[in-house]
Design a protein around this ligand. Structure first.
Ligand SMILES: NC(=O)c1ccc[n+]([C@@H]2O[C@H](COP(=O)([O-])OP(=O)(O)OC[C@H]3O[C@@H](n4cnc5c(N)ncnc54)[C@H](O)[C@@H]3O)[C@@H](O)[C@H]2O)c1
Length: 315
């Protein structure tokens, strides 16, 4: 099939492009290199897939680019482009609302005009709010502007389905980690701090829990949603890693991998931070056959080794 992946130069998008091309699909990747983190990092995310003949890259901003020519012959749209991260969303709402809401609406409109067969939208556990520990029917009360914009984007998807029959599926990812994790994310900062012997800012008491999703499992769930279009259309799924760990446990695991202690710098919790996330993935398991397979110890080791090689420490 021919597909579009938006946010193709990002952490998750670049892995998704590689997986799709490896499965024999034709992929058009779109990204605007929004400088939330350095362009050089995103260029290196793309390095491997850019050499593949079935992959074409378009540098373009979804808020302005002419989407019509790009949609030609496209069967599936994987919409991953967004401004992620909680903290900056408090101070730069313009950017978050335009990239997360306006861009989504433009893409949905193009998908409608070109009658794409499936529109898969990447959402987040942040739409649930302070705690994300129930199933997909749990109340949606985001506590950060980021979560608010991502929830608005979900509602746009549903409005396009309701009014125009756009065939949407919403995937709510729970904190994804692994090689290429964004440099602003907690595990990335923790590993880098330990490797460089710098202090690690720990917000709160460290007892906050996460059911993080290893990147390979996140991609597996996303591909399953596309493969099982028969059951996925119109549905929303939680995508989590199946194991719950506290930040203190993760710190201990990384200390063990590094063979040295973290230099913890205690800080108060930040506004918008989630307290507990425990992905109920029963629906994805039942309808899509999704089964995460990567234990946290294994996933953290993979990310740790990737960051070591990035920092030139060698394995
Ligand atoms: N990483 C996680 O843990 C996580 C968790 C939940 C949900 N998500 C969602 O998954 C998706 C991917 O997240 P990620 O961690 O890979 O982020 P990322 O920042 O690494 O990738 C997103 C990409 O989208 C691009 N982009 C943003 N606005 C754009 C625009 N207007 N036009 C074109 N490109 C644009 C950025 O340049 C970036 O490369 C996002 O929708 C995010 O909300 C991620």
């Amino acid at each position: 099939m021919k597909c579009i992946v938006t946010g193709a130069a990002g952490f998750i998008g670049s892995h998704l492009c590689e997986a799709l091309v490896s499965q024999g699909h034709e992929v058009v990747g779109i990204d605007a290199f929004i400088p939330y983190y350095p362009r050089a990092v995103k260029e290196s995310n793309l390095q491997e897939v850019r050499c593949r003949p079935r992959f074409a890259f378009v540098e373009g901003d979804l808020r302005t680019v002419d989407l019509d020519p790009l949609m030609d012959g496209v069967e599936v749209v994987f919409h991953l482009a967004a401004m992620p991260g909680l903290m900056r969303s408090w101070s730069d709402l313009d950017l978050y609302s335009s990239c997360n809401i306006l861009a989504t609406q433009r893409l949905l409109e193009a998908a409608r005009c070109h009658s794409v067969a499936h529109f898969i939208h990447a959402s987040t556990s942040s739409v649930y709010g302070r705690n994300a520990d129930g199933d997909e029917a749990s109340p949606l009360r985001p506590v950060s502007p980021y979560g608010v914009t991502k929830l608005a984007a979900e509602h746009l998807c549903l409005a396009y389905r309701e009014n125009f029959g756009v065939p949407v599926t919403i995937l709510r990812y729970f904190s994804v980690y692994g090689p290429r994790q964004r440099p602003d994310m907690g595990y990335h900062i923790l590993i880098r701090s330990i490797l460089e012997g710098r202090p690690f800012p720990l917000y709160g008491d460290g007892e906050q829990t996460r059911s993080n999703t290893f990147i390979r499992d996140c991609i597996a769930a996303t591909l399953l949603a596309a493969r099982r279009r028969d059951v996925a259309l119109g549905e929303t799924f939680n995508v989590g890693g199946g194991q719950v760990v506290s930040l203190n446990e993760v710190i201990a695991l990384v200390e063990k991998l590094a063979g040295r202690k973290a230099r913890i710098m205690r800080r108060p919790p930040r506004p918008g931070d989630q307290r507990h996330t425990r992905a109920d993935i029963g629906k994805a398991h039942k309808l899509l056959g999704y089964e995460p397979t990567t234990p946290v110890t294994e996933g953290l080791r993979a990310q740790f080794e990737w960051q070591m090689s990035m920092l030139g420490h060698g394995p």
